[in-house]
Design a binder for this molecule. Structure first.
Ligand code: GRF
Length: 216
């Protein structure tokens, strides 16, 4: 069992995938707290429906980024958070936050990093003419969308794709690889060695997901 804190800013479909996986008994985790930096996030509605503890901490309530980040970290620590999950959190976290959870902050990004980092990754992939894209769960460090990779899922990019159709195809895998990664942390199987992350006992070498998904 791992106790997680989830940071969100918007729609919250990845948060929903976590909530559903826990309910279905596939994911051995408990959500200690969801924090949104946006009071209008749909993700908060999902928390209300599911009975998940949630709060809003807005950047504008603090005079500095450091104070904002310390408030986020203190709230998560107060709930015994062991793993922080960024699920559509639209801010870049710095050392004031990351030092509180060394190698215990993960993010989901809708591309195969290091391709298409930053905003609108799916639009970038379509406009670049890439033939495959996908999604990545990685450890968060002080770089942007470039920390050590835990898992990636590959999807095709079709000639007729729009950013929206590609986003939908990628999202269906986001909703699988994020709960799978949390489950691996819950089982104590994630080993970080510099840039390389190894999931102990995982099957490697299969596509479209590497390492292979287990229950998800
Ligand atoms: C996802 O595409 C995720 O990869 C990116 O932000 C989006 C969040 O979607 N980091 P949702 O809020 O989980 O629905």
């Amino acid at each position: 069992m791992v106790r997680i804190g989830v940071l969100v800013s918007g729609r919250g479909s990845n948060l929903q995938a976590i909530i559903d996986s826990i309910k279905e008994g596939k994911l051995e985790a408990e959500i200690g707290l969801v924090i949104s930096d946006n009071r209008n996030a749909t993700a908060l509605e999902r928390c209300r429906k599911a009975g998940v503890d949630h709060t809003v901490i807005e950047r504008r309530s603090f005079s500095s980024k450091a104070d904002f980040e310390r408030s986020l970290a203190d709230s998560l620590k107060g709930r015994g958070t062991q793993l922080v999950v960024l699920a559509g959190f639209m801010r870049i976290l710095g050392p004031d936050f990351l030092s509180s959870f060394p190698q215990r902050v993960i993010n989901i990004h809708p591309s195969l990093i290091p391709a298409f980092q930053g905003l609108e990754a799916q639009k970038q992939a379509v406009e670049f003419g890439a033939k495959v894209s996908g999604c990545t769960v990685h450890i968060v460090d002080e770089s942007v969308d470039a920390g050590p990779v835990i898992i990636q899922a590959v999807v095709p990019v079709k000639p007729e794709d729009t950013p929206e159709t590609l986003s939908d195809r990628i999202l269906s895998y986001e909703h699988r690889i994020l709960p799978q990664t949390i489950q691996w942390f819950s089982e104590g199987r994630v080993q970080v060695e510099g840039r390389k992350v190894v999931v102990k006992g995982a099957k490697y070498g299969t596509l479209p997901v590497n390492p292979a998904l287990e229950k998800f």
